[in-house]
Design a protein around this ligand. Structure first.
Ligand code: HEC
Ligand code: HEC
Ligand code: HEC
Length: 425
């Protein structure tokens, strides 16, 4: 027999093996556990640390009732589910097994394969005890009747069964086991960063199958128009040179002296989740982040010394200088220091050192807000009412003047970024 005849046979055998592995994954079935008030309280805190509310609440909608749109570009559109205990439109009829299957394997009730926009590949690290505490908390809420809009996923992405393969490749589906050689604080930090906080979902780059590139963990990535920076321990590109106090302030207040404010999706993470955690948990996360492998790619730290920017930086851009004086200088002074509140201080802000001006363009077009212990702090967007050429000029000027970064954003580029899905704000 000719040798090539074996090629299709080998492919079929491998395909059958992979499919068997992918489709046979299941949890160990157990009867429902009785719910206690302590479980509900614990679940409330865990749900905050996992930020379920951010994705499961539509703008102006009821908390956890779903319907938030996820624009996945070429792949189509997806809407988050109603996870209130409503029996018809929510998860009111789900057993403990159903819920554990969703959180650990991305399989919904009745075997529906869930899209990884629901970060179950991170939540699969949670212990059964914590998963069931989260369920107990969700089931203690008022049921809300709300059916999210139907998904508009394009072929082949609308084939949910394909997610079984994605899961097999990218969902580790292993519950957390503490590493005895590390401190309890490090272990707690790992659980919070990698599991509950799902920080890597935004901060770890993805491969062409949308799986995380684990060798580049926390190395930074652009998602839905925002750059989630490198937060590995690298001193130049990551958080290695931030002090503990800067990190604590960033996570609990939404800004760090000498590093600038948190905007866009990160401001949301802080608003709904991080600022409500105990200081002990925040410090544990920092201990863990400092132990991550340094990844030396991304945006180098901006030069913050006053002498680093030539005094005439940006001066050739007279249009931009005028726009900055008209639109920005009410809050941000010409040298990037704050006019009234520390959130306006932009020196050291990585957005200004980004050669693509990604987040800078986002805040100028759409504005941003963060909820803090001092109330809601916001910057207005300037997308409406200003021409692409005005906005390009002010973006280029701000980067040159405040970040020492030469940008060349054209009006056409601004027009293009206007059509990108805006951040979830
Ligand atoms: C980053 C966004 C995001 C976060 C954070 C998130 N979810 Fe989701 N979740 C989604 C999306 C999107 C879907 C819909 C997936 C689909 O249709 O395949 C979903 C689906 C679900 C489902 C399946 C519901 C059904 O009817 O099939 C459950 C259960 C769920 N999420 C629970 C949670 C819990 C509990 C948390 C917090 C621990 C959480 N989610 C956090 C985005 C998110
Ligand atoms: C929904 C996406 C998303 C998630 C989830 C997320 N981040 Fe971020 N993060 C961002 C974006 C976007 C920025 C840039 C914000 C800006 O420009 O102000 C950022 C910025 C940061 C920064 C500042 C880096 C710098 O150099 O300025 C730190 C530190 C950080 N994130 C840590 C975390 C940690 C820890 C978690 C998990 C608890 C987390 N992030 C989860 C999107 C995210
Ligand atoms: C009304 C006051 C106000 C005006 C006007 C204003 N800003 Fe802001 N800006 C803020 C505040 C407050 C923040 C921090 C908001 C947050 O953390 O969510 C901020 C944040 C920023 C950031 C940080 C972005 C990031 O990724 O973290 C940049 C860059 C910025 N502004 C540039 C500008 C530019 C350029 C203009 C003019 C086109 C401008 N701002 C106009 C108040 C203002």
């Amino acid at each position: 027999m000719k040798r090539w005849i074996w090629i299709p046979v080998v492919i079929v055998v491998i395909g059958a093996f992979v499919s068997w592995r992918a489709f046979s994954a299941d949890i160990e079935s157990r009867p429902d556990v009785p719910v206690t008030p302590e479980m509900i309280e614990r679940g409330r805190y865990l749900a905050v640390a996992a930020d379920c509310i951010a994705c499961h609440t539509a703008p102006g909608g009821e908390p956890f009732a779903g319907g938030l749109e996820f624009d996945l570009g070429e792949m189509g559109k997806l809407y988050s589910s109603n996870i209130t205990p409503d029996e018809e439109t929510g998860i009111g009829t789900w057993s403990d097994d159903d819920f554990r299957r969703a959180m650990h394997l991305g399989i919904g009730k009745g075997g529906k394969r869930l899209y990884p926009a629901f970060p179950y590949a991170s939540y699969s690290m949670l212990t059964d005890e914590d998963v069931l505490a989260i369920k107990a908390y969700l089931f203690s809420l008022e049921p809300v009747k709300n059916t999210p809009p139907p998904n508009e996923m394009k072929w082949p992405y609308n084939q949910r069964w394909l997610m079984a393969y994605w899961n097999w490749l990218f969902n580790p589906a292993e519950q957390f086991v503490p590493d005895e050689s590390q401190s309890p604080e490090w272990n707690r930090g790992k659980y919070l960063v990698e599991g509950l906080g799902h920080c890597g979902e935004c901060h770890t780059p993805r491969n062409f199958l949308q799986g995380p590139k684990r060798s580049q963990a926390f190395g930074g990535a652009v998602t839905r128009g925002w750059h989630a920076y490198n937060i590995s321990s690298d001193p130049e590109h990551g958080i290695g040179s931030w002090t503990d106090e800067q990190l604590v302030s960033y996570f609990t207040r939404g800004y760090a002296e000498g590093r600038g404010p948190a905007s866009g999706p990160m401001a949301e993470v802080i608003s709904h989740s991080l600022r409500h955690l105990t200081e002990e948990d925040i410090r544990a996360m920092i201990v863990y982040l400092r132990s991550t492998k340094p990844i030396d790619s991304g945006i180098p730290a901006p030069r913050v010394a006053e002498a680093a920017q030539p005094a005439d930086a940006g001066d050739e851009n007279e249009h931009g200088r005028q726009m900055f004086a008209a639109l920005c200088s009410n809050c941000h002074k010409a040298d990037g220091s704050a006019r009234q509140i520390p959130y306006e201080a932009l020196r050291g802000e990585r957005a200004l050192a980004d050669p693509h001006g990604t987040n800078l363009t986002q805040v100028v077009l759409y504005g941003t807000e963060v909820h803090t212990p001092y109330g809601r702090i916001s910057m207005p967007g300037f997308g409406d009412g200003h021409t692409d050429s005005d906005l390009a000029a002010v973006i280029n000027y701000a980067a040159a003047k405040l970040g020492g970064q030469k940008l060349n954003i054209t009006p056409e580029e601004v027009a293009k970024r206007r059509t990108r899905p805006p951040a979830r704000l």
